[in-house]
Design a protein around this ligand. Structure first.
Ligand code: NIG
Ligand code: FE
Length: 405
């Protein structure tokens, strides 16, 4: 593979070096080089520097014109639900007319309507849908992503979902405890089935396990049982917690040594303090709060208390139909009162940590993956500033141009 020189950039901007996940003051520190270049070789970043310091390069070097553009690390989406069929336009319209997400869920709509549509797809069609969603992510600047199952809730569809995520280049998470499917008596009966019949194969396909700990889904005791078995099987642990009600997700995540607890819209002071004192990352999903018209998570309080946070889209058909991390960064600054620098770190290096990839990706530094987004802007902060803007000019993945508009 030839080397790739991205030259004459207006800026190259990266979160600072430091032990991931970044917290506190370090979360808000970005290094910016003006009139910069990024040199990639063998799929990795070889050097980042100022054009004025670029010596002559021997050998074959492909060049990419960076005039008027800013380079940032490839964005990392550490929480998505890409494996589903159908859509939820009907429910979207009902919500616009006043119905709530929880009411629709309780009436057998919501997640379960997507379960019906997903089970109706054959494996190939499901894989095509996941690949389509992955192509949307790439155009939005996402170079590394996690993708959950959870719309199958039977062995074959869950395993097909995990396989499709891996095949499309994602890191699969088994969201085996997303909802109770109609053919099971109750949550405990479903967990008996899922842990006995699905977990052994899911553990071979997935990197992590996740549970929807919420009124109407799984309670803290059921979540503990599910996650305990998944940990035993070698999976990293994640939780959906405190989305609508504070239900013990933070204490459970801390006691199990989970990698992350995600959502947190309903978390209050004691939970915030407990999370801040732990190694568990709080993954904030402001696009989902926006899409449902719900309160935003207490991001500023979490960061100020010293918690490690990441930001993600929560891409799914019901509560967050967007693959745009630039939009999430805009929401982080306008709604969560995070700085552009904090938003950048939360969608790059800290999100990489959630996926166990902080040593490989998430910053512009020699030796890390040559994954970059070239922003069509004179200042990297347009990433968050340009609300729903057409900001991604090109994406470099593993040292090759993967998208150019
Ligand atoms: O993270 N809250 C649970 N799961 C998803 C939504 C799933 C759906 O509505 O289809 C979420 O918001
Ligand atoms: Fe989610």
């Amino acid at each position: 593979m030839a080397r790739l020189l991205v030259r004459d950039l207006a800026q190259a901007a990266t979160p600072v070096a430091g032990r991931a996940p970044l917290r506190g003051r370090a979360l808000g520190e970005v290094e910016v080089l003006e009139h910069a270049y990024v040199l990639c070789s063998g799929g990795e970043i070889e050097a980042v520097g100022r054009m004025a310091d670029l010596g002559s390069l021997g050998g074959e070097v492909e060049e990419l014109d960076g005039r008027g553009l800013c380079a940032i690390p490839g964005l990392i989406d550490c929480h998505t639900h890409p494996a589903w069929g159908g859509d939820r336009t009907e429910e979207f319209s009902l919500r616009a007319a006043g119905a709530t997400y929880e009411e629709l869920h309780a009436a057998g709509g919501g997640i379960l309507s997507t379960v019906r549509a997903t089970r109706a797809l054959d494996d190939e069609a499901l894989a095509e849908r996941v690949a389509l969603h992955a192509s949307w992510m790439l155009r939005d600047g996402t170079t590394t992503w996690e993708g959950k199952s959870g719309y199958g809730l039977d062995r074959d569809t869950e395993l097909a979902s995990l396989g499709a995520v891996r095949a499309a280049g994602g890191s699969p998470t088994w969201l085996g405890a997303h909802a109770v499917p109609p053919e099971r008596r109750d949550a405990d009966d479903y967990l008996d089935y899922a842990l006995a019949e699905v977990l052994p194969a899911a553990a071979r396909l997935a990197d992590a396990a996740d549970v929807f700990l919420e009124r109407g889904a799984f309670d803290a005791e059921q979540a503990r049982r599910y996650l305990g078995a998944c940990r035993q099987a070698g999976l990293v642990l994640r939780l959906h917690g405190d989305q609508f009600t504070e239900s013990g997700a933070i204490p459970l995540a801390v006691s199990l040594g989970a990698r992350s607890v995600d959502h947190l819209e309903a978390s209050r002071a004691a939970g915030i303090a407990e999370l801040a004192a732990s190694d568990v990352v709080g993954v904030l999903l402001p696009a989902s709060a926006l899409f449902l018209g719900r309160p935003m998570p207490p991001a500023r309080a979490l960061v100020d208390a010293g918690a490690a946070i990441a930001l993600a889209t929560d891409f799914n058909p019901g509560s967050a139909f967007t693959t745009s991390l630039p939009l999430v960064c805009s929401l982080a600054c306008t709604q969560l009162k995070l700085s552009p620098a904090e938003a950048l770190a939360a969608t790059t290096v800290n999100a990489a940590h959630v996926l166990g990839a902080a040593g490989r990706a998430g910053r512009l530094a020699p030796g890390l993956a040559a994954d970059l987004v070239l922003l069509d802007a004179p200042d990297w902060r347009h990433l968050a500033y340009h609300l729903a803007g057409d900001i991604v000019a090109a994406v470099v993945k593993g040292g090759s141009v993967a998208y150019h508009r």
